[in-house]
Ligand binder design. Sequence first.
Ligand code: PML
Length: 267
Amino acid sequence: MRDLRASFRAMPEQLHSLRMRSSCGREHISGAERLLDFAQLEEEMSSMLQRALGHPRGRAERICLTLEPVKAATVRRESLLSLSTFQVENWQQGRRLAGDLLKKLGLERVLVEAAVAQLSAGPAAQGGVMRGAMLIDALTGQRCESDRSRGVRVSRMDVDPGARQSIQCLLAGQGFDDPQRIVEAWTLASKVALCPQVIAELCWSDDPDYLTGYIASAQNGYQRISQLKKAGSRIGGRIFFIRPGTNLSALTDFLQRDPILFHAPGT
Ligand code: PML
C-alpha cells in the first residue's frame, strides 16, 4: 500500500484545504473547514464523515468533501482573537447582552434587532438555515449576500498544527466541554475579524443542543455568550455586519480563498 507520509515528505510546501458540507433533502445539516498537512487528511476526512452521519440536526443524505491544494508560501500567519465568556441566565438575557456589545461597536439597536429577527426566522431564501453567513449593511440594514440559500462561507483557515493541542488543552482546562467546536468557531471568527470591512459578527449554532453563541470583532475579540438561543431550536447561523460601500466580491474572495493559520493570542 502507498505510504501517505512518504508522499507528504515529497511536497512539504503544500497544504490542503479540506471542506465538508452535508445536507438532507434541501436542509443544510453540517459543515467543516480545515487547512491541513497531507498526513492529517485521512483521519480528518473520516472524522468529518462521522460528524455528518451522526449530527444532532439529523443524518445526512448527501455529503460533499472538497479537497484543494494550497501553496504553503501563500499562507498568512495571524493571532486568534482574545477570548472571553459571559454567563447569562437565559437566551433572552443573552440576546440583550449581544445587542449591548454590538451597540458598543456602533451598531444601532433597531438594525441589530431586525437582523436578529431574520436570523431567528430562518434566513435562507426558502426559510431554514443557510450554509454560510448573512451579510448585513451596517447603515441600511439591507441583506447583501448574492445567494440567499448559500450565504457567504468562510474557508481556508485553521489553527497552526503546532498550536492546536495547547489551545484545546487550554479550553478543556477552563472547563469548556466542547473545545473542538469552540476552536473551529473561534478560528472562523478570527479570520472574519481580519476584514476591515466587517464591523462585527454575531453567531449562534443551528445545533438544537448547543446554546452558546458569540459576538466577534477586531476591536473587542471573541466574546462568547453562554445562551443566545432557545434550547431545541434548529435555527442558527452567522451575521456579518459590514461597512456601507463594502466591495462585496473582494470581501467574499478574501473570506473564501485567502489561507490563514492562527496561533494562540499573545504567543
Ligand atoms: C457552531 O456550532 O457551529 C457555532 C458555535 C458557536 C459558539 C462556539 C463557542 O462555544 O464558542
